[in-house]
Design a protein around this ligand. Structure first.
Ligand SMILES: Cc1ncc(COP(=O)(O)O)c(C=O)c1O
Length: 411
């Protein structure tokens, strides 16, 4: 795609029609294309039944749910759609898995969390560690590269390491880890690797086969879908671990991991979000393979986002008193997602956020649940940072207005 079809893209998202609202709260949740809302409504209006019946609406709902798992498998690069578990959120799914893994840990075993984690990939492991008497070890991110360096991981891996909780892309600094390399190291000592891909998934194509990890979790509402969490896990783990479930529920994977009645209409929305990405990929060629179309979608989106991010970073850097907490070197722009966090030497993040909100610019301030990151940065936990998170539907004109508003906020 030589020219990103930004107008066509924006037309897909009804929320973007209002030019007075600039949506750069994307790391906390993206807007949805119309087709996502349509799919949710169509399911509720025409295919609304519980699963497992002989009648038409029940069979239609069952087909929607199975299709959502198949579509998610395509998005994650999973060969087997039964390795996809869908639940209310990444956090809920991670607590669920941690609860099932805990009995496999023994006192004195070690769990590693990184300095880049969102608490959704920390708290579940802290609870599991506390239950089993495991030691929690921390691996900091590198102050220069903003990533987890393999040598730093090596320093904490031991034969007792049972699990590495690994962030793919930080929801605060935006930096992207070399998950495949770090996973390979953890596997050398026999540890499982649980990857939090929530912030990578809206910006790059997941490929669990290439990553080599054991678990990989994302949130559909961060990649233009409805409020759902999606987990890929190795089939043997899903079969061998014991989930907490009601007795009559199926013991087959993935259903044994999906507690209670699923959010069937939202799963239809998940399929529609992935269909949107497929559509985006189809704008840049006539690839017949769905993975190639998704790869095309993300490479076009990434190139567009990188240009916007560079303009935003350069503009913020030119303002007095600013510290950007993340990669700013344009040569390393592809080592980050376009989530840019900063602090000002005098004006508090919340003050700047309120000023931006009044100008119709939607951002988040605070620690954004990235407690580990804020602590490593030595920032006050409540105040945190001001975070501007771009998506592929943002524009250069929006960046100009954001910079103008930030400048007046700190004046
Ligand atoms: C990196 C990261 N991990 C996990 C989560 C939690 O996702 P969910 O809201 O689906 O539980 C978030 C949410 O912001 C996140 O940014």
């Amino acid at each position: 795609m030589t020219c990103f079809p930004i107008d066509l893209v924006r037309e897909q998202f009804p929320a973007l029609a209002d030019q007075g609202r600039i949506h750069v709260d994307n790391p906390a949740g993206t807007q949805v294309p119309r087709r996502v809302a349509d799919a949710v409504a169509d399911t509720l209006l025409h295919h609304n039944a519980n699963l497992g019946g002989y009648f038409a609406t029940s069979r239609e709902a069952g087909a929607i749910v199975e299709q959502a798992h198949k579509d998610a498998a395509t998005l994650f690069g999973a060969a087997n759609w039964r390795e996809i578990v869908i639940g209310p959120s990444m956090t809920a799914l991670t607590f669920h898995i941690a609860r099932a893994l805990a009995p496999t840990f023994s006192a004195g075993d070690e769990i590693i969390i990184t300095g880049m984690e969102h608490d959704g990939n920390v708290a579940p492991w802290l609870v599991a560690a506390a239950h089993r008497g495991c030691t929690v070890r921390r691996v900091p991110f590198d102050a220069e590269s903003w990533r987890i360096e393999p040598a730093a991981l090596d320093a904490v891996l031991t034969p007792r390491t049972r699990l590495l909780a690994l962030n793919y892309a930080s929801n605060l600094t935006g930096s992207i880890n070399d998950v495949a390399a770090l996973t390979a190291r953890a596997h050398q000592v026999g540890a499982l690797v649980y990857v939090d891909a929530v912030q990578f998934a809206p910006h790059g194509l997941l490929d669990v086969a290439a990553l080599g990890c054991d678990f990989c979790a994302a949130s559909a509402y961060k990649f233009f879908g409805p409020h759902l969490g999606v987990l890929w896990a190795r089939a043997d783990l899903l079969r061998d671990l014991t989930p907490e479930k009601v007795r009559p529920a199926s013991n087959d994977i993935p259903w044994r991991w999906e507690r209670g009645t699923p959010q069937i209409e939202l799963q239809a929305g998940l399929s529609a979000a992935i269909a949107y990405l497929d559509w985006l990929g189809a704008q840049s060629g006539d690839a017949t393979d769905p993975r190639t179309r998704l790869a095309n979608a993300f490479s076009a989106a990434t190139a567009w986002e990188a240009t916007l991010a560079q303009t935003l970073i350069a503009g913020l850097k030119s303002l007095p008193g600013m510290t950007i907490h993340g990669i700013t070197n344009p040569n390393r722009i592809f080592f980050r997602v376009p989530t840019i966090s900063f602090t000002h030497e005098i004006i508090a993040p919340a003050t700047i956020a309120k000023h931006l909100a009044a100008d119709g610019i939607f951002v988040w301030s605070g620690n954004n649940y990235a407690l580990e990151v804020v602590r490593q940065l030595g920032l006050p936990e409540d105040a945190g940072v001001l975070r501007i998170g771009l998506a592929h539907y943002n524009t250069a004109e929006e960046i100009r207005r954001i910079l103008e508003s930030v400048e007046t906020a700190i004046r």
